[in-house]
Structures are given as structure tokens and as C-alpha cells.
Design a protein around this ligand. Sequence first.
Ligand SMILES: *Cc1c(COP(=O)(O)O)cnc(C)c1O
Length: 497
Amino acid sequence: MKDKIRFVDYCTSTADGSVRFDCCTCFSYNRDTMDVTKNSSEYRKLPSVDELLRTEQIRQLLPRYPRSLVVEAIRDALRKARERIAKGLPAADRDTIIQFVNGFLTEKSKMSLRPAINATGIIIHTGLGRAVLSKRAIDALFAIAAGHSLLEIDPVTGRRSSRQKHVENLLTELTGAESALVVNNNAGAVMLVVNSLAFEKEVVISRGQLVEIGGSFRMPDIIRQAGGRLVEVGTTNRTRITDYEQAINQNTGLILRCHPSNFKIIGFVEETPLEDLVRLGRNFGVAVVDDVGSGLLVDVARFGLEHEPTVQESIRTGADLVTFSGDKLLGAGQAGIIAGREDLLRICRNNPLARALRIDKLSLAVLESTLRIYREGDPIAEIPVLAAISRPLAEIERQARNLARAINRQHIHDIQARVIKVRSEIGGGALPGQELESFGVALKSDRFDAEDISEHFRGYEPPIFGRILRDTFVLDMRTVAPHEARQILGCVQTLQP
Ligand SMILES: *Cc1c(COP(=O)(O)O)cnc(C)c1O
């Protein structure tokens, strides 16, 4: 579609009615009209691989890149040059071919996992790396990555100790739980709990909570894979305490509650409150596990959001174990946290699966430093996830206006930047259906459609991700830092029709 538009644009712009083809995409529509025979001499003008390898410019590349990669780059450049000839273009000169070679090598040596700009308005975006870390966490990460550390050693006795020690007390203090255990991620935490407490036993869960959470976490699959026997109770929209009660027998391993963290059922809905499940569990001697997902430690009601259960509330209500992620609303790195009863956690710790799901030292450094902010710092100001949620609307609007003005001042083709009201989401399976008012910059143009603009932004360095709303490309400013706004301006400037 895009090629066709460009082709038409090009043709109508030629004054004498003849068609010039120096754009390869245009040409593909008119290949038949070309005289192919006269191109054969063009192929002969291309240098050979060996000739190119002997040039000064290519020889300069050899200390920087493996020879095999340089040869691959030359072959790729020559292939491109031949393709251009096949399309009726003259043979590329040597400098152009060497430019291709350089482009290929630059592209190949770029990091694949590299920074990007999130202008989607989704604060915890799994595709874009979930939580951005605090300054404190980054410092801790650097320090631990750069050298040896006290990961599993006690400096007082000189003896081996547990990596869990670094966060255990912080977690019990912050959540009110008796004990805590940290693993690789929350999917791992749920798996470890089910495997430790309900292997070949029944796991009772409401039909309304058999959820799938982004990144292929499917509750029924996790339970089965962990060796639990899934017992669904109630219905999709209503599950009562009696449904649970009837399901409990001597084979019951645990009652699992899962926070339906990325969707919301509205209307005729009833889920059994945690306190009722706790009472039932105590009567029958069955553990109640609450997978809260997002790991919220502060009340978000003060930011105009609906109440979302915090980990502390779940512990206070009496859940035997609570599981949650480190890199969602908690604002740390990837981790899965299990907080609750020491006797149950001891079983989890002794499970060989705990070793397989062990948290890495870098995530641990990030987690400890982030938890310290909750205890000793100012989480709303210091933790980027919470700062993004609580960011004043006036500040977001100001940033949107500044960027729109800067874009319009540049007169880039027919691009018109306009400030519009948008709604940001929390994302990451937290606070589903709840949105925050925000401001975005919408890019309007007759020459570029929204898909073209979006593709251009994704291809920029750093790649920039926005949203398409009603056929318009929009950049939500809530998750964009001021220095990133400057990069967005740079990206608009490089738009080519
Ligand atoms: C996100 C989520 C998970 C999975 O957590 P990861 O840290 O991504 O493994 C599990 N349960 C719930 C309720 C979640 O929201």
C-alpha cells in the first residue's frame, strides 16, 4: 500500500509525463517497460569481493570486525548492487558499495537488547521491559555487577550464608509477614508453592481466576506443571464460599486465590472475599495462597485510582502465603516473592525446585535497594513506576505542549503536532480497566499515514514506541522523560516521505 502511494506521488510529480525510476520501490510496478539487455554491461562494472578487500577503506575495517563478517558484508553489498541493476538502475560506484558494507557492519554490531523510548502511556509494559529502576537500584546494580560481593558469605564469620538474607528482613518488615523467600519471577513463585505444598494434591481455585497473564502465564498450566490437580469451583462470574467448601476433602493441598490482574468482569459478579477463604482454610487445615501479582506495597487510592489490594493487606487478612512480582508495581527488577508462614516457606526452601528458580545476584541487588527505598526513602518520588503513576497532570501537559511547539517550529514536511488528552494505563497486569488522564502529542499528516510514522519511530535509534489512536500516531508523555522528548524531536526531523 505504502509503495503504491509513493509510486503515484512520484509519477504525478514528473513534469513531462515520462517516468523516472531512481526509487527501487517505485520501479517494481513498471519492470516490464525496462530494457533489460542494456543492463548486462552494468553488472560488469561492479568490483569483485577480492578487489574490495584490497581497498584502503575496507582494510581499515579489518581490525574492528572479524574478516568473515566483513566478507559477508561485501557479499551482501554486492547482492544489493546487483538487485539495483536488475531494477534498471546504474551500477553503484565503489564508494556507495563501501557505504553499504559499513551500514551492514554497523547494523550487525548493534546490541539487540538496547534502550527504547516508551511513549505508549502503558507504565508497566512487558514488551518494553516493565519497571524502570530507581537511581538507588541502578547504583546497587553497578556496584554488584562490577566486582565480587557478599552474595552468599557472612563477613563476620567468614562462612557461607544464604543470598536470601539480604532481603528477608526487609520483606518481613514491609509486608508484616513472618518470613519471606525470593525466586526468579512470580510464575516461578507460584510454581514453587504449588509444587511444595500440593504435589499430587488438589488445588482449589475459582473459575473466575483461571487467568492468563501476559507472557504466557496461564494459571491452569502452571498448577498442572507444578504437579497439582486443578479443581475448579464456582463459575466464571460468581464463586461463593460454599463452592469452595464442597470441594474440600482429604486430598486438598491448598486453596489458591489469583488476582485477576489484567482484566475485569463487571456486572453480576461475586468472588469470595479472602477473609472467608482464610476462615475456611483454618477450619479444614488447608493453606490459603494469595497470588496478588503486582506486588503493591503502597495504597494507590491517593492517586485517584481505585483501591488495589496491597501485599500487607493480604498478609493482615490471614493469607498463609502471598506471591507477587518484583518488576511490576513494586518497581524493582524481575523477581518472584513469597511472603508468609515460616513453616510453609521452609518446605518451599527445601524443594530442589527452589534452586532451579534461584534469583540472580543482579536482580537481588536491585530488589534489596528498592525495598530500602520503601523502608528508608520516599518511594513515590524515587521509584519510577510510582513516580509515573503520581506524575502531576500539569507537568505532563507542559511537556506535551513544549514538544508539540518544538515540532511545529521545525516545519517538517506537512507534519502538524497537536496536544490531545489521552488515557494512560498501568499495564503489567495491574489495576485492569483503570486509566489515568494524560496528555499526548498527536502527529497529523496527509503525506504519512499513522503506520508509516509508527514504523519510522520504531526504526529510529533509540526505537520509539507510541500508539495509533483513530488513525493518528500519538506519543503519550506520561512515561517520557525530558531528555527523551528531545530524542523524539530528532526522530520527527528524520522523517522522509
Ligand atoms: C504478572 C503475574 C504473574 C506472573 O508474574 P511474573 O513475575 O511475570 O512471572 C502471576 N500472577 C499474577 C496475578 C500476575 O499478575
